[in-house]
Design a protein around this ligand. Structure first.
Ligand SMILES: NC(=O)c1ccc[n+]([C@@H]2O[C@H](COP(=O)([O-])OP(=O)(O)OC[C@H]3O[C@@H](n4cnc5c(N)ncnc54)[C@H](O)[C@@H]3O)[C@@H](O)[C@H]2O)c1
Length: 317
């Protein structure tokens, strides 16, 4: 299958992508393979079968691909996954993409400490540690590299019922900026991509949870938000995100570092209409505050301290 790429190929170099088995990570893995990279797909063990499909696609482009297991909540596993990547694909790691992430949708007053901790461990600690171990390898190799990570429009504007998620994506933006300053001296560029509403299993999950909270049917929350908020008028495809990653990884992206770049079809990021008057905002807040009483009666079955295997991947806590 021929997929011509406008970007200078990267033959002989490899890329490491966490959460590469599905959604945006899958699209990034395939796109980087089309750009010439051998790819290490790092994901949790239950994703092995999906990863095999990605490997097949990458091999059809004439590149090598491997699956390495990693739970990014554990720094030692990240270190081991990068070591395995270098052992199998060679000491030529040029791109690392800290893409793995989860979104858990819940009003703040229903969030347990375990719920928040899980999201922070994956989206913040997993993200930072992936960057650090990738950078250590790149510094050792001595020819620079591109370190990329999953931000979001939520890195700029948060949304109700997604508060811990928004906070983690703000952290992505901060760490991207700071680490870019430290690692510029090694020829490493650090940037993040900030998608909007992307058609992946993650958004199916958000949609299903919002449907419960807003008492609407499955599919409605996603459709409404795309219609109301995305100026380009269509949902984003994972490949739209992969195009930006491809650019940032390429020679063309050489002078860009420390940035969290939105790729969201000018999505307004869950924002209510600009023209809404302050008095209306006050009234919305007042209504939400009144709801707090209801929220304090935390619904049964809402505990989020499940162990691996008790929930469908990737939303296990
Ligand atoms: N889908 C969107 O609309 C959207 C928008 C903005 C940002 N993002 C971000 O992009 C990234 C990818 O999102 P997606 O929509 O493809 O999500 P997804 O849920 O479809 O895929 C996430 C991948 O991460 C893996 N993962 C989850 N927990 C992990 C862990 N502990 N260790 C290793 N891997 C783990 C999953 O197995 C899965 O393969 C996330 O960081 C997300 O926050 C997504």
């Amino acid at each position: 299958m021929a997929h011509p790429s406008p970007i200078k190929p990267a033959l002989g170099r490899s890329a490491f992508v966490t959460g590469g088995a599905q959604g945006i990570g899958r699209a990034i893995s395939c796109r980087l393979a089309r750009d010439g990279y051998d790819v290490s797909i790092a994901d949790i063990p239950p994703q092995k079968e999906k990863a095999q499909e990605v490997i097949k696609e990458i091999e059809s482009y004439g590149r090598r691909a491997i699956f390495v297991t990693v739970d990014v909540r554990d720094a030692k596993q990240i270190e081991a996954a990068i070591a395995e990547t270098v052992e199998k694909l060679g000491p030529n790691l040029f791109v690392s993409v800290a893409n793995a992430g989860v979104t858990q949708v819940r009003p703040l007053l229903e969030c347990t400490p375990e719920f928040i901790e899980n999201e922070v461990r994956i989206n913040v600690l997993g993200f930072m540690n992936t960057h650090i171990y990738a950078a250590k390898q790149m510094v050792k190799q001595g020819f620079g590299g591109r370190i990329l990570g999953a931000g979001s429009i939520a890195s700029y504007r948060t949304a109700e019922n997604l508060s811990p998620y928004g906070a983690t994506k703000f952290a992505v933006r901060g760490f991207t900026e700071a680490s870019a300053k430290e690692w510029a001296q090694y020829g490493i560029r650090v940037n993040a991509y900030g998608p909007g509403i992307v058609d992946t299993p993650m958004w199916d999950h958000i949609d299903a949870e919002l449907a419960k909270i807003e008492n609407i049917s499955i599919g409605e929350a996603k459709a409404q938000r795309v219609k109301r908020e995305v100026k380009l008028g269509r949902i984003q495809e994972p490949e739209d995100v992969a195009k930006l990653v491809s650019f940032l990884a390429s020679e063309e992206g050489e002078y860009i570092t420390g940035q969290t770049i939105k790729t969201c079809g000018d999505s307004q990021g869950y924002r209510r209409s600009k023209s809404i008057p302050n008095i209306a905002i006050a009234s919305i807040l007042a209504n939400e505050y009144a709801d707090c009483r209801k929220l304090l009666h935390i619904r049964p079955g809402n505990a989020v301290n499940q162990k691996w295997g008790e929930m469908e991947p990737p939303y296990s806590a």
